[in-house]
Design a protein around this ligand. Structure first.
Ligand code: ADP
Length: 181
């Protein structure tokens, strides 16, 4: 089970997996960070596909903690799963549960459309300010729980853009592993 979860350092737009996850914002019309990189690499059709989602509230196409899926257009992946992580507000605004929801629902949606592999960036850990070690623990725990419960995925890849993120995920994975042995 452990082997299915990989941690690598790199650029998620280059990932050769069935689905890559985008740390989007609620409006879903692109932004900075990984969102901007994915839109640039996927091409203009990605923005058109995002615009096609109806606004569920003013300027909200995808509420925080939820997911939407589009084709990946010019990327090597087949799909982009857009999820909106919580903005860190000190930890008393349901941030942990919402971040967990991003990882869980992204995996569920990937399985639903027949994906066998998925790659994640460190959702909420850039502009949204979620503390990286806390986010790393949540992401690793959520993914491992789903894999242990039989989610039919061959590979889940956590892609760290920075060394610090890579280290936080490595540490979270070894804590998780130690807790299980
Ligand atoms: P958020 O608004 O959810 O915090 P950001 O895009 O600002 O999203 O940052 C999320 C994480 O994605 C950060 O750790 C950032 O360094 C990382 N990141 C930025 N560009 C890329 C990329 N091309 N591939 C993978 N991760 C990236």
């Amino acid at each position: 089970m452990q082997k299915k979860l990989e941690i690598i350092q790199g650029d998620i737009t280059k990932a050769t997996v069935d689905a890559i996850v985008n740390a989007a914002n609620e409006w879903m019309l692109g932004g900075g960070g990984v969102d901007g990189a994915i839109h640039r690499a996927a091409g203009a059709k990605l923005l058109e596909a995002c615009k096609a989602f109806p606004e569920v509230r003013t300027k909200v196409r995808c509420p925080t903690g939820d997911v939407r899926i589009t084709p990946a257009f010019e990327l090597a992946a087949k799909f982009v799963i857009h999820t909106v992580g919580p903005i860190w507000r000190g930890g008393h605004d349901d941030e942990d549960r919402l971040l967990e929801s991003c990882y869980r629902r992204s995996m569920q949606l990937a399985v639903w459309v027949g994906c066998r592999s998925i790659a994640f960036p460190a959702i909420s850990c850039g502009a949204y300010g979620f503390p990286i070690r806390r986010a790393a623990d949540i992401s690793v725990r959520t993914i491992q729980t789903m894999l242990n419960n039989g989610a039919p995925l061959d590979r889940v890849v956590l892609i760290a853009f920075e060394r610090e993120t890579f280290q936080a995920w490595q540490d979270a994975l070894s804590h998780e592993h130690n807790a299980l042995t």
